[in-house]
Design a protein around this ligand. Structure first.
Ligand code: MTE
Ligand code: LUZ
Ligand code: MOS
Length: 763
């Protein structure tokens, strides 16, 4: 059957030849207008005046639309409506939308939008987590706490041989999907209905917000998405406010409107991965066993709540990574700042929570003069372990993954080889590290764990599948088509998935949380099985030579060959009032080894080897899954070691406060060919069927992302070797991203003594 085969991504041929269509490639209807946003240039200010006189005479100008023009509600947001489509009186970040200009071309719209003059009265902005904490600037009702055991008693009892305290600053990350945000919106039937094509992970959110803003019933608004050129969480919610803004001129003028953001605008206004601040106090024994953790974490939410609370919650669930900590308390809160609202990004707070954990774990090892790998291993959680939020580990393959990695990377030998190299080289140093991970699969908001599908069998024996999930390059449609092909026992080429559309499958959750193949795969299978059951009445009567013949016979018998399928994830639920429950359906485990070499004089590094082992159950498609692991690892490598976001602030007054300086690839370094490890090995555990998901598979999209922290800790290991040449063997912090300047300055020597650390303070 098609399930389990390493089939090529169904649109790979089109994508590599440039034939694949994205939103901006859609041929525009005649009469189409192009839109550009009028954006705030201040981080925090009252709007005193809006002057459109210059814009009106700009070439090709057709109209400027502001909050007063919104036909329905101007209040929107992902979960709570704490945002405005167009700012009315106050702007709370640089890049906030104040209005939208439409013109005959994209260029003319941009030129005209820049001619709209806004008068401001500036207010002091809060930009960083630390400033937000100082000012007690938090999003309302976002205080959270998880607790197990008695942390305070343990610290007091004298059981801990040692207690350490410290801080970890975790940097953010730009999504840098190759396709920027884009929507094409038009009205039909005299302006009575609105249709759109959008680059989004959540067509349903676009439908919902456009209906809300235009005061239309959702039944008259349709959003379609064929594929998107990457989302990575960046289009889970933040695509929708752009479509909502563009729907206003389209509806009022009854003309098609297209909006495609330029890269710099997309980077400046649509938010990033949350930066985090972690403050830890850890108690442990001289033998290296963790006893108590008291942790406070904060994330930089930006100027609206969006998904920041869910991101914080997942970080809190992930704060143990894979370790037993008998007494643990994790408290968290979402900071309100005058930056564009931060949002979902692959891992959704999980990587940030786990990176904070691995930071103090590495420190415990340094304090005890033991290898971090050893400390990690002796504190592993096992089968049956009850996590700090009450969920019990079942089918835990952590140990298997770790042992297999150890055997594959020959860690002891790699350690020795690196030490040898370091003894013989003064200015180049090598480092190694092994990092484990577990990632909880399910949306932590229970109601989101539902999925619908529509399967239609045509009389030529071909099958059209539609489901609520969006294809963003992750291979979802390929996997789902494999499931349908296997169910009907027909070739993969007989199954087609054309697009995602709110009028075919309603009320879909965003395609996110890595669970889409689990959920839409199961929903599609449900529909296929309904049709199979109906066809069986014919199949038992006669032995048809082919699926097509059977289908024709069913059609002649007036048997319904279309079915709606549905799936809900069973047995999950977590309540923040009880603080205990089962938020996740299961966990995906993995571990990675990295070996790096740094140049201690320039701070440059490269990854010599990355070796990854993951448990993906019985993979639905190993070709796609290995690609997901490789992609996630390289994207994570960017986060831990290459990508640094910089905004203007009081110390950098030449950039406007709160304005993103790194808004393009010229100043923001994403991974490229040269950053791929020289040896890059990925393996999947064998014979580990997962009883919790479709065809015994496991979710893959986000779980490998955190494994790239092995590169960060290998860099740190190399820096340790450099510092020891100068007699420094104390613990030192190395926050992500480990940029060349940070690596260089951490390698203390005769030269660094002459310079102040050039550290840019993260936001
Ligand atoms: N892979 C590609 N090529 N492009 C993407 O945008 N997004 C990632 C991951 N892999 C992404 C990707 C994220 S953030 C998630 S949550 C999952 O894919 C979503 O898809 P899935 O649920 O089908 O795994
Ligand atoms: N989105 C969301 C997510 O809304 N809830 C989640 O739990 C989640 N997890 C991962 C990625 N996106
Ligand atoms: Mo992924 S962050 O769940 O879109």
């Amino acid at each position: 059957t098609a399930v389990g085969l390493p089939a090529a991504h169904l649109s790979s041929r089109l994508q590599v030849t440039g034939g694949a269509e994205y939103t901006d490639d859609t041929p525009t209807p005649p009469n189409t207008l192009h839109a550009a946003l009028v954006l705030s240039t201040k981080a925090h200010a009252h709007i005193l005046s809006i002057d459109d006189s210059l814009a009106k005479s700009s070439p090709g100008f057709v109209g400027l639309f502001l909050s007063k023009d919104v036909p329905g509600s101007n209040k929107i947001g992902a979960i709570i409506h704490d945002e405005e489509v167009f700012a009315t009186e106050l702007v709370t970040c640089v890049g906030q939308v104040i209005g939208i200009v439409v013109a005959d071309t994209h260029e003319n719209a941009k030129v005209a939008s820049k001619k709209v003059k806004i008068g401001y009265k500036e207010l002091p902005p809060i930009l960083s987590i630390k400033d937000a904490i100082k000012a007690r600037s938090f999003h309302p009702s976002t205080e959270r706490c998880l607790e197990e055991g008695d942390v305070d008693r343990c610290f007091m009892s004298g059981e801990c041989d040692r207690i350490i305290e410290g801080e970890v600053q975790v940097g953010g990350q730009e999504h840098f999907y190759l396709e920027p945000n884009s929507s094409l919106i038009w009205t039909i039937d005299g302006g009575n209905e609105v249709h759109m094509i959008s680059s989004t992970q959540s067509p349903q959110k676009h439908q919902d917000l456009v209906a809300h803003v235009l005061n239309l019933p959702m039944s008259k608004v349709v959003c379609k998405t064929k594929r998107i050129g990457g989302g990575f969480g960046g289009k889970e919610t933040r695509s929708a406010f752009i479509a909502a803004a563009a729907s206003v001129p389209s509806y009022l003028l009854k003309r098609p409107v297209k909006i495609t953001l330029d890269r710099d605008v997309d980077m400046m206004i649509t938010g990033q991965r949350h930066s985090f601040l972690g403050k830890y106090k850890v108690g442990f024994t001289n033998a290296g066993n963790f006893l108590a953790l008291d942790l406070e974490i904060y994330n930089n939410g930006g100027n609206s709540l969006d998904l920041s609370l869910s991101v914080l919650e997942r970080a809190m669930f992930s704060s143990d990574n894979v370790y037993k900590i008998p007494h643990i308390r994790v408290r968290g809160q979402v900071c309100y700042t005058n930056l564009p609202s931060n949002t979902a990004f692959r891992g959704f707070g999980g990587p940030q929570g786990m990176l904070i954990a691995e930071n103090w774990v590495q420190r415990v090892a340094v304090e005890l003069r033991r290898s971090p790998e050893e400390i990690r291993e002796i504190n592993f959680q096992h089968e049956g372990h009850v996590l700090h939020y009450g969920q019990k580990l079942q089918n835990c393959t952590l140990r298997q993954v770790w042992d297999e990695l150890n055997a594959s990377c020959l860690f002891a030998k790699a350690r020795e080889t690196a030490d040898d190299f370091n003894r013989n080289n003064r200015w180049r140093k090598r480092g190694v590290a092994m990092i484990p991970t577990k990632f909880g699969i399910s949306f932590t908001a229970k109601h989101m764990n539902q999925a619908g599908a529509l399967v239609q069998v045509y009389i030529d024996g071909t099958v059209l599948v539609t489901h609520g999930g969006v294809e963003m390059g992750q291979g979802l449609h390929t996997k789902v088509a494999q499931i349908a092909a296997a169910s009907f026992n027909i070739p993969l080429s007989s199954v087609f998935i054309s697009e995602t559309s709110t009028d075919k499958v309603p009320n879909s959750s965003p395609t996110a949380a890595s669970a889409s193949s689990d959920m839409y795969g199961a929903a599609v299978l449900d529909a296929c099985e309904q049709i199979n059951a109906r066809m069986k009445t014919m199949a038992v009567k006669h032995n048809y030579a082919s699926f097509t013949e059977l289908v024709r016979a069913c059609y002649m018998e007036r048997i319904d060959l279309s079915a709606h399928g549905f799936y809900i994830t069973p047995d999950i639920g977590f309540d923040w009032k009880d603080r205990k429950g089962t938020p996740f359906n299961y966990f995906t485990y993995g571990a990675a080894f990295a070996e790096v070499e740094i140049d201690t004089l320039t701070g440059d590094f490269h990854t010599r080897t990355a070796d990854i082992v993951m448990d993906l159950g019985r993979s639905l498609n190993p070709a796609i899954d290995v690609g997901q692991i490789e992609g996630a690892f390289i994207q994570g490598l960017g986060w831990v070691a290459l990508e640094e976001l910089k905004w203007g602030d009081s110390e950098h007054p030449w950039i406007r406060p709160g304005s993103l300086y790194t808004c393009g690839p010229g100043t923001y370094k994403i991974p490229s060919m040269n950053d791929i490890p020289l040896n890059f090995k990925v393996s999947l555990l064998k014979d580990v069927p997962n009883p919790k998901a479709i065809h015994s598979s496991k979710a893959v999209g986000e779980p490998p992302f955190f494994l790239a922290s092995s590169v960060l800790f290998a860099i740190k290991d190399a820096i340790i070797a450099a510092r020891s040449e100068e007699g420094h063997d104390d613990w030192f912090p190395l926050d992500n991203p480990a940029t060349p300047e940070r690596i260089r300055m951490a390698c203390i020597d005769d030269f660094t003594r002459h310079f102040a650390s050039p550290d840019y303070q993260p936001k």
